[in-house]
Design a protein around this ligand. Structure first.
Ligand code: SF4
Length: 436
């Protein structure tokens, strides 16, 4: 095929997909492609899709249709990622405008598909540096493992992404060093199940040694832990979080539910008592820790009393951040075979709304308690066309996930970590002034 010069890339879905989109862009850049600002200006269109739940699938399909409706015959469109891995064959028949339906991303696959065999080979031998996040160049995700060895009954991820494959500590340290050289100030560690990192490669959970290696070999000021399954969270890991100021006092720990019956049906490997003990221990061992969680409502068999158990736990733990989903039947998951009574979507919605309503109050109270305190904040972006100077975040808030800090006074540069005094608070925003 003729050499194509410009590519347009669209990444959908989670942070793990974002890392793949950045790698995919780096792959084409390494073969002298240039970035096109719009699909119209491109020779190659890349769409990295998400197929996690029904709404994500719909979003991916809508995006594909909307971008490809104006595609010209000489342009090449490559669809890859979860949705394509799962339904590529079927979708290829329904959306013939796309030229290639590839699965999960691996280095070299795009160049190979486009006929650049030798560049693909050198790319595989020496994976190119990931490009920087254009919007937030001071932040990067570090994907420490792919896939998942668990079998949660509602989740299609193991079927889509396969068994867990951890990256070696050495490779991850090298990637982190490159990102540091590129100006990254905050590194968010991600995987499907961060706490099981290394159980495949090193035969034991190895998040703590990985963190120690990252601390020793880089000077990146903020390291953040996302998606910790509530197992293998060791005392050693918590002690390290407590004593090391460069590890954000933050843990994203999706609990899904808090009724033993539901946890069993969901095939989670812990009980409500285990959860309580762990979450209290995290609060005690890591003073000031921010806890984020995600819950799943309306799973088959859920009764009002199961829901109340979840409400009670949320009330007791007082998570700083809590998000929720309503269960939808996903092909290839064992939950599809459950004989338990189905929960009407309206009932699930009412339960989720009630939980979120209470959470809003807790979040507001938690934020109000910060007023008058001096905290470190990272400056994320200039607040254009507003009374504020910057949008920033504290260690307790993950990028594009949690609350923002609106900086009312002070000057600085994007990516700087500065002292700020919190002067006002709402449920999802803090107002602050820079101090130094
Ligand atoms: S831990 Fe459970 S929910 Fe998370 S990716 Fe693995 S199977 Fe899915």
């Amino acid at each position: 095929m003729p050499f194509c010069k410009k590519f347009y890339s669209l990444g959908l879905g989670c942070a793990k997909n974002q890392v793949d989109s950045e790698r995919a862009a780096a792959e084409l850049l390494s073969a002298d492609f240039k970035i096109a600002k719009s699909p119209k200006e491109s020779d190659v269109i890349l769409i990295n899709t998400c197929g996690f739940i029904e709404s994500a699938k719909e979003e991916s399909i809508d995006a594909i249709l909307s971008i490809l409706k104006n595609k010209k015959a000489k342009q090449k469109a490559i669809i890859y990622g979860c949705l394509s891995q799962r339904y590529g064959k079927e979708l290829a028949k329904e959306i013939p405008e796309a030229d290639f339906w590839l699965g999960n991303y691996h280095t070299g696959m795009l160049l190979e598909t486009l006929g650049f065999e030798s560049q693909a080979k050198s790319c595989k031998a020496n994976p190119p540096r990931r490009i920087r996040n254009f919007e937030y160049p001071h932040h990067a995700y570090l994907k420490i493992a792919e896939g998942c060895n668990r079998a949660c009954s509602f989740c299609a991820i193991p079927a889509i992404r396969g068994k867990q494959v951890s990256q070696s500590i050495e490779n991850l340290v090298n990637e982190a060093k490159q990102l540091e050289e590129n100006g990254v100030q905050e590194l968010s560690l991600i995987a499907q199940d961060l706490s099981s990192y290394g159980t495949d490669l090193y035969k034991k959970a190895s998040l703590q040694p990985l963190l120690e290696a990252l601390l020793k070999n880089t000077k990146i000021p903020w390291l953040r832990l996302m998606y910790l399954y509530p197992e293998h969270i060791t005392d050693g890991l918590l002690n390290l979080m407590a004593k090391e100021p460069r590890i954000c006092k933050y843990a994203d720990i999706p609990i899904q539910h808090a009724s033993d019956k539901m946890l069993k049906l969901m095939r989670r490997k812990y009980t409500a008592a285990d959860l309580r003990a762990l979450l209290h221990k995290m609060r005690e061992s890591v003073p000031g820790i921010t806890l984020r969680t995600t819950v799943l409502l309306g799973f088959p068999g859920e009764t009002h009393s199961d829901f109340e158990e979840l409400m009670n736990l949320a009330e007791e733990i007082r998570f700083e951040h809590l998000g929720g989903f309503i269960w939808s039947p996903e092909e290839g998951t064992s939950a599809m075979k459950l004989k338990e009574e189905q929960v009407a979507v309206e009932t699930a919605r009412l339960r989720l709304d009630a939980l979120i309503e209470r959470q809003e109050e807790i979040s507001a109270e938690k934020n109000e308690a910060l007023v008058g305190k001096t905290l470190d904040v990272i400056l994320d972006s200039i607040a254009e066309e507003s009374e504020f100077h910057f949008y920033a975040r504290t260690q307790g808030n993950a990028l594009e996930t949690d609350n923002i800090v609106r900086i009312l006074e002070g000057s600085g540069n994007i990516g700087e970590i500065r002292k700020a005094k919190i002067v006002d608070a709402e449920a999802h925003e803090l107002d602050a002034v820079l101090l130094d």
